[in-house]
Structures are given as structure tokens and as C-alpha cells.
Design a protein around this ligand. Structure first.
Ligand code: HEC
Ligand code: HEC
Length: 318
């Protein structure tokens, strides 16, 4: 997991500001608060840039996007929303000037060096991978929002709102052409690992107890059930405390990551080791999501019966 590199935006300039006010402000607002004159009639609402919450990022967790991410979204637009693609309207230089201007709306960009999501472990598409991914789709609670076969009609779907209190809907996974961040396997994988900031769609990583193996995590859940019921024996209490200790150690590492602090080499190694199996699951899940939709053979087949796999229950952040 490298730190964000790639092309950097130039210094913010009068030219960028003028372009923004001409082309973007009627939706995003002069001060970037998502409150331009057209905003009221749009859903999803134009992004409020003051919060630093961006949906489409190549960076982990709820970190800021890279300059390249912003440039790409300005160039390509956001399918399924009113955010236009500007690549044929504005020159490359103009789009970079806009990136620089948008960053002035949020202080956090100064000195930020977000961690890039490592896509090097891609698991190639295969029936086997799709079958594995389907199990995660059910066990991780994707169904609650996206529905049993991914039509965007899960039981939680009717009551979702975004960070600004506006109504939002889970994506229909049979309409990948409407994905805001594109529908390549890599793009989907990045949305899982990074989550979609500002929306109820959680980061996949938050569903796992980082630092515990699947077995340890399942055992912890078992002990928690017992704790709420008959209570734990002394030996079990000791076992629980040990598992908790492992979790706490990891929470410290994750806190550092979230705050953009440098990790010590041994912490970095621990993190990478813990993330590896989660990333692998996420690739399987991305392959499963790719298999959905009218063009795919997969959904014509009878639903395979699911699934006695022991992974941690859903632990989505509120
Ligand atoms: C017609 C209205 C409209 C105009 C004009 C517009 N946008 Fe947007 N923009 C949106 C909407 C709506 C969203 C949010 C879509 C969503 O949340 O799915 C958005 C989102 C964005 C995002 C956030 C991407 C992310 O990952 O969350 C950026 C950056 C952005 N716009 C930049 C611009 C720039 C720069 C311009 C001017 C060149 C511009 N927009 C013009 C409507 C507009
Ligand atoms: C709490 C509800 C919720 C859960 C749980 C959830 N999602 Fe989502 N998901 C959403 C919402 C809402 C959106 C639309 C985000 C937006 O653009 O505002 C979304 C968007 C998506 C997208 C489209 C990404 C894009 O670029 O537009 C995919 C793919 C997706 N979810 C897959 C999944 C998978 C797989 C899981 C399980 C690991 C999952 N989601 C869990 C609510 C949820």
C-alpha cells in the first residue's frame, strides 16, 4: 500500500475560481457547499465540498481522494446522477485548475497523504470466485440494502439517507452502467474497500474484526452470545479477554491510519497481513457483483444454497 502519488493539481488560481463559478457553482454553490441554485431540484444532491467526503476514491477508509481521483471524476462525470462529464468541454489544464479550486473548500487537503488501495492482488474472474463472492454477499449483509438478487430492494432500502439527511437508494446491481465510479472489477473492488463516503454504503473492512482470524472472530461472536445468555466460565472469560486484547491492538493501528499518521514498519506489516484475506474476499465479492445482471449466465442458474461459512457478523458503523 503506497502513499498517493500520480499527478498533482497546480496551485489554486484565479483562473480555476473563474471556471468553477462559470461551470460548477450553479450546482455546487459559490462556496462549494452543494447549495447552488439548481441544487434543490437534484437528487442525488450536488456534492458539498466543505465536508471532504467523496464517494469515488482510490484511497482507503474514509480518507480524502487523490488529485487524480478528483481529476478523473470531473473528466468522466458520475453516471446515474446529474454530474456531467467535462472531458470534451474543458481542456486538461482547465480540469486540473478545477481540482485545485475544489480542494480550497476543505482544509483537510493541506498536507494530507492518503493511503492508496492496493489492487495488486486481483483475483481473476471465475465461476469458483463468483460462488465464493456470493457467500460474502449474503453473510456481510449486502442483501439488507441491495436485496437478495441485487435489485436494490433490500429490507433497509426504503429508509436510507445520506450524511446530509437526503434520501438515497442502494445501487441496483443489475444496472452497473449507473455505478457512480464505473463498473470495472477494480472500480467495484475499490468501492468495497474504501466505502462510499457520505452514503450509507459502508467500507467492507469495517465488517471484519481486523487482527482476528475468521475462526477467532466466530469464536468471539459465540462467546458474546453466551455472555448475554448463561454467562462465561472463568476459562472463557480469559479467552475472551485475549481476543479483545488482539482487537484493541489493531484498533490503535487503524486509528493511526484514519488520522493519516505514519505507521511503524512492524505495524505496517501487521496491517498488511490482516488486510490480505479481506482483500481476497473483496475480489471474490467484486467478481460476484460483476456476474449479476441480464447479460450474465450466472443468474440464470438456480440459486445455490448458502452457506455455513464462519465469518464475522455484520459490524457496520452507524
Ligand atoms: C448539473 C449539476 C452539476 C454541475 C453543473 C456540476 N456538478 Fe459536480 N456533481 C453533481 C452531483 C449531483 C454530484 C453528486 C453525485 C452523487 O453523489 O452521486 C456531483 C459530484 C461532484 C464531485 C464529487 C465526486 C465524488 O467522488 O464524490 C466532484 C469532484 C464534482 N462534482 C465536481 C464538479 C466540477 C468541477 C464541476 C464544474 C466543472 C461540476 N462538478 C459541475 C452535479 C453537478
Ligand atoms: C446500509 C446499506 C448498504 C449496505 C449494507 C451495502 N450497500 Fe452498497 N450501496 C448502498 C448505497 C446507498 C449505495 C449508493 C451510494 C451512492 O452513490 O450514494 C450503494 C452502492 C453500491 C455499489 C455501486 C458503487 C458505485 O460506484 O456507484 C455497489 C457495487 C455496491 N453498493 C455493492 C455492495 C456490496 C457488495 C455490499 C456488501 C458488502 C454492499 N454494497 C453493502 C448501500 C449499502
Amino acid at each position: 500500500m503506497a502513499c498517493a502519488q500520480g499527478k498533482k493539481a497546480p496551485e489554486a488560481s484565479e483562473a480555476g475560481k473563474a471556471l468553477y463559478e462559470d461551470k460548477c457553482a450553479h450546482c455546487h454553490g459559490i462556496e462549494g457547499a452543494g447549495d447552488g441554485s439548481a441544487a434543490e431540484n437534484l437528487l442525488p444532491r450536488p456534492r458539498d465540498f466543505t465536508r471532504g467526503l467523496y464517494k469515488i476514491r482510490s484511497t482507503e477508509g474514509s480518507q480524502l481522494p487523490t488529485d487524480q481521483d478528483l481529476f478523473d471524476i470531473i473528466s468522466n462525470g458520475m453516471p446515474g446522477s446529474s454530474m456531467p462529464a467535462w472531458s470534451e468541454i474543458l481542456t486538461e489544464d482547465e480540469r486540473w485548475q478545477l481540482v485545485a479550486h475544489i480542494k480550497t473548500f476543505h482544509d483537510g487537503f493541506e498536507g494530507a497523504s492518503p493511503r492508496l488501495i492496493d489492487v495488486s492482488g486481483k483475483v481473476p474472474y471465475s465461476e469458483e470466485s463468483v460462488t465464493k463472492g456470493k457467500v460474502f454477499y449474503t453473510n456481510l449483509g449486502c442483501v439488507d440494502c441491495h436485496g437478495v438478487i441485487g435489485r436494490g430492494d433490500g429490507t433497509s432500502a426504503p429508509d436510507l439517507t445520506d450524511e446530509w439527511g437526503f434520501r438515497t437508494w442502494p445501487a441496483n446491481l443489475w444496472h452497473p452502467w449507473n455505478y457512480r465510479g464505473g463498473s470495472t472489477t477494480e472500480a467495484i473492488f475499490r468501492r468495497f474497500i474504501g466505502g462510499i463516503a457520505g452514503s450509507p454504503m459502508p467500507s467492507f473492512i469495517s465488517s471484519f474484526r481486523l487482527g482476528l482470524t475468521d475462526e477467532e472472530s466466530a469464536r468471539m461472536t459465540e462467546l458474546e452470545f453466551k455472555m448475554d445468555g448463561d454467562g462465561l466460565s472463568e476459562a472463557e472469560e480469559g479467552e475472551y479477554a485475549e481476543l479483545e486484547e488482539k482487537l484493541f491492538m489493531f484498533e490503535d493501528i487503524m486509528l493511526k491510519v484514519e488520522e493519516g499518521e505514519e505507521l511503524a514498519p512492524d505495524e505496517q506489516t501487521k496491517l498488511n497481513t490482516a488486510l490480505k484475506p479481506i482483500f481476497e474476499k473483496s475480489w471474490h465479492l467484486a467478481n460476484y457483483v460483476k456476474s449479476l445482471g441480464p447479460m450474465s449466465n450466472h443468474n440464470r442458474r438456480s440459486e445455490t444454497k448458502c452457506c455455513a461459512l464462519n465469518i464475522a457478523p455484520m459490524r457496520y458503523r452507524a
